[in-house]
Write a protein that binds this ligand. Structure first.
Ligand code: AMP
Length: 374
């Protein structure tokens, strides 16, 4: 079978790496000539809204996407010719923070308090209504903490408006969370849903740094998270992998974001689960039986941001390396490593070995994460 992927980044690359053993072939649509999936299939260097998308993807049995900012209109057009999974509707909702929050609210799923902001007076009213601190976010095209402004005092209104005011916005009340976690699930076309264990996540400057499976702190939240994800998948008649990011608060789980695709917080599943998120996404797309989602141990994923480090941490027993082959650039995800251990206690005992390879801020972050995890 031939799979068309809108996007040729690292997620498309890891999908292709998982798909080749299943005998799948890939076509990537990505205007970047150096898209990092390019060596793993046919790369069409065209825009996502190119007029000839349908003919460029001719021969594909399924179409999917590896990032959220694919124009929803392009996916709608493709859906008239191909089996697009997940559906354009799921993509469209996740492209708009307001629509995403309204969907959750309509299902009774807790989200941060929010108000839509289209003008200065709207912003003033929202700040009054939600209180400070609060986060002003662009409704669309924001990712990894981009397109956000933290408002702490009334005087922040003007600089925030200057920075973001040209776009449709949403103001979110500040969520006082204990930690963050994410649940990845996969649903097939018959409605069967399998869940990975919750991932404990830690962000720095809005970008994911560490993802930990097997965190004891998350065990009590697994069932609640599964209920939320099941509701969303059923409402969207979803096929493929979906990740929902949560804040864990004293009152329970609060949904932060939906990602209708394979997701960075579940990269640990490549080595740390029986069947990875990438393979399961493809199995769901191609109507194969889903693979087991149980963990093989306790896995810690470390994101490499900006540039790849030297490979000295490969000396750690159980550590796997993923270099996406991307050019170094500040704030860019260029690779990751996953350290697989038997259980959380082993990680706790040995974390100092990894900390020795990290910069002081990440070292501190990881130490805090392990402490928070149990
Ligand atoms: P986002 O791009 O919306 O996922 O935001 C990136 C990160 O900013 C999240 O993972 C949180 O660490 C933090 N964040 C986002 N929204 C809120 C909020 N309403 N309250 C507190 N922290 C937030």
């Amino acid at each position: 079978m031939r799979i068309g992927i809108m996007g040729g980044g690292q997620l498309a690359r890891m999908m292709a790496l998982a798909g080749h053993p299943l005998g799948l072939e890939f076509v990537f649509i990505d205007p970047a000539p150096d898209a990092c999936a390019r060596s793993l299939g046919e790369h069409k260097v065209i825009d996502w809204s190119a007029a000839d998308l349908v003919s460029q993807l001719a021969g594909c049995d399924r179409v999917t996407f590896d990032f959220e900012n694919v124009p929803a209109q392009s996916l709608e057009t493709l859906a008239a010719h191909f089996d697009v999974r997940p559906s354009p509707k799921a993509l469209e909702i996740s492209q708009d923070r307001l629509a995403e929050k309204e969907l959750c609210a309509s299902l009774g799923i807790p989200v941060a308090p929010f108000q839509s902001v289209d003008s200065r007076p709207d912003l003033m009213a929202a700040m009054d209504g939600l209180g400070l601190p609060a986060l002003l976010k662009t409704r669309r095209l924001g990712y990894d903490g981009k397109g956000q402004y933290r408002l702490v005092q009334a005087e922040d209104l003007e600089p925030a408006w200057q920075r973001l005011g040209e776009q449709a916005l949403i103001l979110e009340g500040w969520v006082d969370f204990d930690h963050e976690c994410a649940l990845t699930a996969v649903r097939d076309a018959n409605g069967t849903v399998l869940f990975y264990p919750l991932t404990h996540t830690l962000h720095r400057e809005g970008i994911l740094r560490f993802a930990l499976s097997g965190s004891p702190a998350n065990v009590p939240w697994q069932k609640d998270a599964q209920e939320v994800v099941t509701q969303l998948m059923e409402r969207l008649d979803y096929v493929g992998c979906l990740t929902v990011e949560f804040f864990v608060t004293a009152e329970g789980l609060v949904v932060n974001e939906l990602a209708p695709r394979v997701h960075n917080s579940a990269h640990w599943t490549i080595e740390g689960a029986v069947c990875s998120q990438f393979e399961n996404h493809l199995r769901a797309l191609t109507d194969l039986p889903l693979g087991a989602t149980r963990a093989r141990g306790c896995a810690l994923m470390i994101n490499f941001i900006g540039q790849m480090p030297i490979k000295d941490m490969l000396a750690l027993d159980g550590l796997s390396w993923h270099d996406y082959g991307k050019q170094a650039r500040a704030g860019r995800k260029v690779g990751h490593a996953t350290w697989l251990l038997d259980d959380f206690e082993s990680l706790k005992d040995r974390v100092g070995e990894l900390v020795a390879y990290l910069d002081p801020i990440d070292a501190q972050g990881l130490t805090g994460l392990i402490k928070a995890a149990g």
